[in-house]
Design a binder for this molecule. Structure first.
Ligand code: ZN
Length: 437
């Protein structure tokens, strides 16, 4: 019968080594529901003691002798009967796996773990547990030796019990899907750390000035240009944290402004101290620290899995640019009509020479939806250009010595050069406008 089997195995183990209730119960963790291992172990021990008592009352001398030997390994549950039978106090032997310290360890880990998590404002977490390899191997060998199949390791038990207790006593939530932090507990030495997950904030930015790069651009003498990332670093003063990473749908040139619709981004804050930020405050801090050159609008929180969609170039369906263009020898109305012939063409563009250092030399094909130009003065025209994402507009204008075809230079038969460029509109892929929270 299976119940006898379970009790028999428990006794077999206790004859070989003393175990506390929790450590004994853990070897049968997968049996029964709604109990702690502490309760499992205590129940098994009580049944074992009752079994001995029955045999002893029926005059079994062998059972009396055996009980005298194993009682110390059973511990307090055997002390009453021991006193009755032998008259003296039972000498309880310490647990051979945890030294009787596991209960206290879990209790203290719960309190200290909660304090640490609340320091970082965490409400969704998971627990990780480090256990000395030797202890895990010992558990495994005991399970193997006694043919046990429903045991769990001390690591699993500490992980679950600490998580459960922090949940029920302090209202935090164990969340395997989207944890804000991992509480790493080391058994048995109590060292503890919190690994904080990044905070992701979705929104968009505007670059009102020129000569601002998107990413921080370090050189020997400091940053080459002021950058959007630098402006965003100011939010660390509010949120704490180690660093900022900007995940954007494409980028504009350093000398191009980003106006109009703004550019969709996810701002990743690494190891933040605050998880429910006041977004309006962050927007103000960025605006002030950049002297108004960088403006962000923060729309809400995002998840790590959203980053991919934001970073993919396909996320951007089309863009509208404003370009100030100088044409050698000036422009006639006929020239402007010629440029409008570019509406709807497919542009073949070999990677521009100015970015060859960073990008692979390939030929890409991009759609040019619409070109609309008006004369300004002398050789200057202003153009609105709508293209698919990923087209290099400066080269569309100057032709990059024939690497971009067709181009303004080619169509006009005279050199055209982009003097100023602004991004006016970034049309987003629908995936970006369906936030997860
Ligand atoms: Zn133990």
């Amino acid at each position: 019968m299976s119940d006898i089997n379970v009790v028999g195995k428990a006794l077999e183990i206790l004859k070989a080594r003393p175990l506390c209730d929790r450590c004994l119960g853990r070897f049968f963790a997968g049996l029964g529901r709604g109990w702690s291992n502490l309760e499992r172990g205590a129940a098994l021990k009580k049944v074992i003691v009752m079994g001995y008592h029955e045999r002893i009352r029926e005059g079994d001398e062998g059972a009396l002798r055996e009980f005298g030997e194993v009682a110390g390994s059973i511990g307090v549950h055997a002390s009453g009967l021991y006193r009755l039978l032998f008259g003296g106090e039972l000498e309880v032997r310490g647990c051979s796996l945890c030294g009787g310290k596991l209960d206290g360890f879990i209790e203290e880990a719960v309190v200290r773990g909660f304090k640490l998590l609340s320091l970082y404002g965490v409400s969704r977490f998971v627990v990780g547990v480090r256990v000395p390899r030797g202890l895990l191997e010992l558990e495994e060998s005991i399970a193997l030796q006694h043919g046990l199949r429903y045991w769990e390791s001390i690591r699993g038990e500490v992980r679950r019990e600490v998580g459960k207790a922090i949940e029920s006593r302090f209202g935090l939530k164990v969340d395997f899907e989207d944890p804000e932090a991992m509480l790493v507990v080391s058994y048995p030495d109590f060292s503890m750390e919190v690994v904080i997950a990044s905070l992701f904030i979705r929104g968009r930015y505007w670059k009102v000035g020129r000569m601002i790069s998107q990413a921080y651009w370090p050189t020997v003498g400091g940053a080459r240009y002021y950058s959007i990332e630098q402006a965003l670093y100011s939010i660390l003063e509010v949120l704490g944290g180690e660093s900022i990473v900007l995940h954007a749908s494409g980028r504009e040139d350093v000398d191009a402004r980003m106006l109009g619709s703004g550019r969709p981004v996810i701002v990743e804050v690494k190891a933040p101290r605050v998880r429910r930020p006041d977004l309006g405050l962050l927007e103000r801090v960025v605006r002030e620290s950049s002297g108004g050159l960088v403006i962000v609008k923060l729309e809400g929180l995002a998840r790590r899995k959203d980053v991919k969609a934001y970073k993919e170039e396909v996320a951007v369906r089309s863009k509208i640019y404003r370009a100030l263009v100088a044409v050698d020898g000036g422009v006639s109305l006929e020239d402007l009509r010629l440029l409008e012939l570019l509406n709807g063409v497919t542009v073949l563009q070999r990677t521009p020479r100015r970015v060859l250092r960073r990008r692979r030399d390939i030929i890409r094909s991009r759609k040019l939806y619409q070109v609309k130009c008006r004369p300004i003065a002398g050789p200057l025209i202003e153009c609105l250009i709508k293209t698919s994402g990923g087209l290099y507009v400066k080269e569309l204008i100057n032709g990059d010595d024939g690497r971009t075809k067709p181009s303004f230079t080619e169509v006009l038969g005279r050199r055209a050069e982009c003097l100023e460029l602004d991004v006016l509109h970034v049309e987003e892929h629908p995936a970006l406008s369906t936030p997860t929270q």
